[in-house]
Design a protein around this ligand. Structure first.
Ligand SMILES: *[C@@H]1O[C@H](CO)[C@@H](O)[C@H](O)[C@H]1NC(C)=O
Ligand SMILES: *[C@@H]1O[C@H](CO)[C@@H](O)[C@H](O)[C@H]1NC(C)=O
Length: 479
């Protein structure tokens, strides 16, 4: 029977017609506090270490079990390896996609409002999964492997702390599917798979998880989620067994079985929704692991980061700051950024709310804060010649004559006294082998959200304890 398929395709068009609602943000103009100065050194880093970071890593030491992406090199830094053969993506393209991501977040900020829910009791157990740098910026994102179904079927999902619904491409692709690395999930081969009816509670969570009303096709709940760059996934809301690691499983895990999908997901199978909403894996895993999870994004392709549900072993050394998310069930994780120090000196900025997002590459700050920050940074980089900007990155240096670069230490200060030292790979990003750019940007549009991006998060263990509503930072959680 095929009537449901045409309905889904029709619904896909409907979802695509849904306009993006302009976001609104409250102005936060409290007076700037005097943040502690944490360190005042410089650090000298080999330029090649920026090239081998996520922007351009020749694949090496790939663990077949965790990720088997083909590395797609970019034109710039990697051109010496692969100028001719590979179709590469430039830093500019990454930044264009990144802006779409920010636009998506802005539009979603108006659609997340849900009711309070009680904290669920949990067994104290733990599951850890390796996190890999996403095909060398093919997507600019990070990948985690999970398995769905019985028998288990491997899925490479993009880690997304800015969305709730996990989805994966599903057969039959009644609309269209993009090319992915693994064979596309076939629900009819899984004995534990089932579709979710339109009348179910899970279906009623679709609006808060996706920003769109659910559809109903042959009494199955239909979801649609679209992103600012025109990419989308539409399909059936389903449940199946999710295997996190070899023997840690979540039965009846709700996810989207996407039969019409389009977008820049690299060769990943879909998204892993790590948001704080009701349908996210964080909430679904809470019964088993508690509402505590942590992740660490690796700075190179050869290093492995992790995503852990349950209390992390580093928990004791973590510095915590309060999460500002207005209510439980909101998708985004928001914290208060009080100040930034450059070479130990606090810049004069108004405190600002920033969203912690694994899917945004470059940290976005209010224009005022960025202006002061970039000025302070430039003042410490006088020995290097400034060169042309790259898209939103306006502080770029010509490094033709250098093999090392001496950069000021930079610390993000949350809640006045939680100082997170940004590693060198989170301060500069390579645009080519002779050009590096300061990896922060200012929001031209005051309604754009401030975001703590994945370049700055690299190698820091990010610990989320949703029972008490706090997030912690631990330097050096992974390489
Ligand atoms: C999970 O599997 C590993 C090895 O495969 C085993 O050592 C461990 O005891 C198992 N854990 C549980 C909870 O079954
Ligand atoms: C590199 O050094 C050469 C020789 O000293 C000089 O002519 C050139 O301008 C320098 N380039 C940059 C970008 O500093």
């Amino acid at each position: 029977m095929k009537p449901s398929n045409s309905t889904i395709v029709f619904l896909a068009y409907c979802f695509l017609l849904v306009g993006i609602v302009a976001g609104k943000r409250s102005a936060l103009d409290t007076s700037a506090g005097d943040a502690e100065t944490i360190a005042h050194h410089y650090q000298t880093v080999k330029l090649s270490s920026f090239l081998s970071s996520s922007i351009c890593s020749p694949s090496s030491k790939r663990d077949k079990k965790s990720i088997s992406f083909e590395v797609v090199h970019k034109l710039g830094p990697c051109s010496k390896f692969s100028k001719k053969k590979l179709k590469a993506i430039t830093l500019e393209e990454i930044l264009t996609r990144d802006q779409s991501r920010v636009d998506t977040i802005r539009s979603r900020l108006t659609t997340t409002s849900t009711t309070r829910k009680k904290v669920i009791n949990f067994k104290s157990s733990k599951a850890t999964m390796p996190v890999k740098s996403g095909t060398t910026y093919d997507s600019g994102n990070y990948i985690v492997n999970v398995e769905i179904g019985t028998p288990k079927k491997n899925e490479q999902l993009i880690l997304d702390s800015g969305s709730d619904l996990t989805w994966t491409q599903c057969q039959p692709c009644t609309g269209s599917c993009y090319t992915q690395q693994e064979p596309i999930f076939n629900p009819s081969l899984s004995t534990t798979y089932s579709n979710i009816p339109c009348t179910s509670t899970a279906c009623s969570m679709i609006p808060s998880a996706t920003g769109n009303l659910p559809g109903c096709s042959s009494s199955t709940c239909v979801y649609g989620v679209q992103y600012g760059d025109g990419s989308y996934s539409v399909g059936k809301l389903a449940k199946d067994k999710l295997t996190l690691t070899n023997n840690e499983t979540l039965d009846n895990f709700y996810f989207g079985c996407g039969v019409t999908n389009k977008g820049d997901y690299g060769t990943a199978s879909g998204l892993l929704g790590l948001g704080n909403g009701k349908l996210s894996i964080v909430t679904q895993a809470a019964k088993r692991y508690g509402k505590v999870f942590s992740y660490c994004l690796p700075s190179t392709d050869s290093a492995s980061g992790h995503l852990t549900f349950g209390t992390s072993s580093t928990a004791r050394k973590v510095q915590y700051t309060r999460l500002l998310s207005s209510q439980e069930g909101d998708t985004f994780y928001t914290v208060r950024l009080d100040s930034i120090t450059v070479s130990g000196k606090s810049i004069q900025m108004s405190p600002s709310n920033v969203i912690l997002d694994t899917g945004t590459v470059i940290t976005r700050l209010p224009l005022q804060a960025y202006s002061v920050l970039s000025k302070a940074f430039r003042a410490q980089m006088m020995q290097y010649p400034l060169t042309k900007r790259v898209s939103i990155l306006d502080t770029c240096y010509d490094m033709s004559n250098h093999t090392n670069v001496k950069i000021p230490k930079l610390t993000m200060v949350f809640s006045k006294d939680v100082g997170v030292v940004i590693p060198p790979q989170g301060i500069l990003i390579a645009a080519s082998h002779t050009q590096v750019c300061f990896a922060f940007a200012g929001n031209e549009n005051p309604s754009d959200p401030s975001i703590y991006g994945n370049v700055q998060q690299m190698t820091t263990e990010m610990v989320f304890d949703m029972n008490v509503g706090k997030v912690g930072f631990f330097r050096g959680g992974c390489d």
